[in-house]
Ligand binder design. Sequence first.
Ligand code: HEC
Ligand code: HEC
Ligand code: HEC
Ligand code: HEC
Ligand code: HEC
Ligand code: HEC
Ligand code: HEC
Ligand code: HEC
Length: 423
Amino acid sequence: MAEKSPDHKVILRAFGIVAMLFVALVFVSPGSTAPKMNLPAEPQTRSKGRRPKVTQPPKKPRINYSQFSHRTHVVDQKLACSSCHQVPSKNWKEVRKGDAAFPDVSDFPEHSSCLNCHRTQFFARERPAPVICSNCHIANSPRDTSRWLFPSLGDVNDPTKKRREFVSEFVVGFPHDKHIDVVGFNTPRPEKDPRGWFVTVSLQEKKKDEPPKSCPVCHETYQPQGNSSDEYVTKPPKNLGDKFWLKKGTFKTIPNSHTVCFTCHNADSGIAPEPKDCNVCHKLLSAEPSLKVDFDPKLAADMGITDRIILARWRKRISAGAFRHEGGEHPDLNCLGCHNVTAFNTVDPKTMKVPVRSCGGAEGCHVTATTDDGGVLNFEIAQKKKDAAFVCTKCHIILGKEGVPEDHPQAIPTPQPKVKQSL
Ligand code: HEC
Ligand code: HEC
Ligand code: HEC
Ligand code: HEC
Ligand code: HEC
Ligand code: HEC
Ligand code: HEC
Ligand code: HEC
């Protein structure tokens, strides 16, 4: 259909060029360059054998063209997201089929968005292909020109498409509070679809204590145990005893694509942000020191956990790494009893901490007035007082080795004095 841009042909031909011997000369080792040539002539008189200080020009760090960085391009070069990312991408009707398809950014930026500045790197004599290609292409060879699956397609499960492992430079800023007033907001799917397609997002409670219906639109229990007798995610050792082993239904999912967001935020609805306004939803991560996470990569490896959704969620747990959503009475509790979503700023993890006091619930489940009342928090604090080496394992994976944070004892309600009346 559409003609391949001439750049493809030129680049393909460039593959054919056998690396010349003199390529080696391009990468002369730093020692063999003669910085002095660029410096003003030094006086040859040396006083008292002291070498004069030669101010060398600062060595430029070697640029790694296999590691695209948004900081370089968005912050330093001040490029707009739309100068590279086009929405919808040409392939949007192919990556999701039929009714599932919607105008999405579903592919990498095209060559034209790079060539003005990177002609040298695109035509570099590197084999089997210039390193810069690997930011978008898989095999990097003239025979295989396929690309990775663009990461916005987190919901696409096509075993023939390969995903690249990467650490995102962004976090999604989703204002839970701004969606609170979007009560029963129905968005018919634009054009052609007579049935319409409705997503009702309402963060408001219909009845007191009833969990908001909206949360499961975006957050579902991942791999629930349900009625199955298989409790654990992977097979535990026979002699497990009451040691911790990851159970099914521990995690809630978070959206992994634009599917839900773009039902309301699309070019036709007029609800800002539009899909092209990437930067309104995607915020570059700041280099702030991150919070301690309650996750142990070695333990996860020992358990044989390789599921990327589980690992992504577990790595981000900052409150209680062992907490299981499907466990005990948790499914019957209101999400808002533990998650104060109106105070959330999803760009700032510490605003999303679960307060310890919520582990007490309405009836003091894990936090009771006295240890005799059975609260596990009370018990563990008491143990830790007796023996500083005690490890709190009920709610934690690794945080329980540390000292007791202030808010833990503060969460314990002071026993009500029997009779006391002061006027
Ligand atoms: C100079 C071109 C360019 C600009 C400008 C640009 N991107 Fe990208 N973006 C890329 C390329 C190339 C990739 C794929 C390589 C990679 O994943 O690092 C990518 C990947 C991404 C990814 C997936 C990888 C990740 O780190 O999460 C997101 C999200 C993204 N871009 C968002 C944005 C947003 C938001 C903006 C504007 C603030 C933006 N991009 C501006 C070229 C660009
Ligand atoms: C406006 C000019 C400009 C455009 C357009 C541009 N770059 Fe760059 N890029 C730079 C500059 C400047 C650097 C810093 C290193 C250098 O001087 O080469 C850089 C660095 C890089 C690097 C090295 C790692 C880093 O710091 O990011 C990669 C990889 C890269 N660019 C890939 C791309 C790709 C892929 C595209 C197109 C999607 C692109 N660039 C578009 C100017 C640009
Ligand atoms: C910023 C991401 C990006 C980089 C870097 C990149 N490509 Fe591409 N490439 C694409 C996209 C997107 C297409 C599909 C464009 C289209 O459909 O019009 C493509 C298409 C191609 C094609 C045509 C074959 C096909 O599948 O349609 C060839 C060949 C190719 N690229 C080679 C290269 C080579 C060689 C390099 C390195 C010198 C390179 N590309 C670097 C994104 C990239
Ligand atoms: C329209 C989709 C949507 C709805 C509805 C929604 N959320 Fe979210 N939620 C998100 C997104 C997006 C994030 C940010 C995910 C990320 O970090 O990338 C998030 C983050 C969270 C987090 C923090 C996850 C973490 O990484 O620790 C919690 C907890 C949460 N939401 C709970 C809720 C609860 C409770 C409700 C119902 C009152 C709710 N959400 C409704 C989309 C939604
Ligand atoms: C009894 C308290 C409690 C209830 C009720 C609860 N959660 Fe959670 N939730 C937690 C804890 C604890 C975490 C782990 C937070 C951390 O360590 O960062 C968590 C984490 C999450 C996360 C991040 C992903 C993950 O599993 O780590 C999401 C999303 C979430 N909860 C959504 C919900 C939704 C939606 C509901 C209601 C259907 C709900 N939660 C009910 C305590 C609760
Ligand atoms: C049911 C429709 C609906 C869905 C689904 C929805 N939104 Fe929204 N969103 C809205 C409406 C309406 C507003 C405007 C609210 C206001 O201004 O008070 C809004 C506002 C926003 C804003 C604030 C824009 C600004 O200018 O500050 C962001 C960011 C946002 N949404 C992101 C998302 C993301 C991310 C998702 C998917 C996880 C999502 N929305 C899903 C309806 C929706
Ligand atoms: C209405 C808000 C919104 C807009 C606008 C938006 N995105 Fe997203 N994007 C999301 C959400 C929510 C996710 C899923 C959460 C996640 O993957 O962290 C996501 C996921 C992605 C991912 C996968 C990131 C990852 O780490 O796996 C990429 C890539 C991406 N978006 C690129 C873009 C680009 C490029 C644009 C602009 C053309 C854009 N998005 C516009 C909300 C938005
Ligand atoms: C009933 C569940 C529960 C028990 C039992 C529990 N914790 Fe916590 N812990 C939490 C929650 C929820 C948080 C997140 C809120 C916070 O930071 O206080 C947390 C946070 C922490 C933090 C991180 C504080 C920070 O500032 O980042 C440490 C350290 C910690 N706990 C240690 C312990 C120790 C030591 C014990 C045993 C005496 C213990 N916890 C027992 C639920 C529990």
